[in-house]
Design a protein. Structure first.
Length: 65
């Protein structure tokens, strides 16, 4: 079994669902933002975020720009 490299793979940087944030990373906007919880002092806070990915990452839901 061979391993694909980013040159052979449809990467996040080439995907219509990907929004770049910096030169090498961005947000995957394929699905709605995910809710996360965290503690600040004695309070529980909630926030929503899109998953962060590298430009060279890939998945099975690629859609060309």
């Amino acid at each position: 079994m061979s391993v694909q490299t980013s040159a052979q793979t449809e990467t996040c940087a080439q995907c219509a669902y990907w929004k770049p944030q910096a030169s090498d990373n961005g947000e995957c906007r394929r699905q709605p933002p995910q809710a996360i919880t965290f503690k600040v002092d004695s309070e529980t806070k909630f926030e929503t975020r899109f998953p962060e990915t590298l430009a060279s990452d890939w998945c099975g839901e690629f859609k060309a720009k």
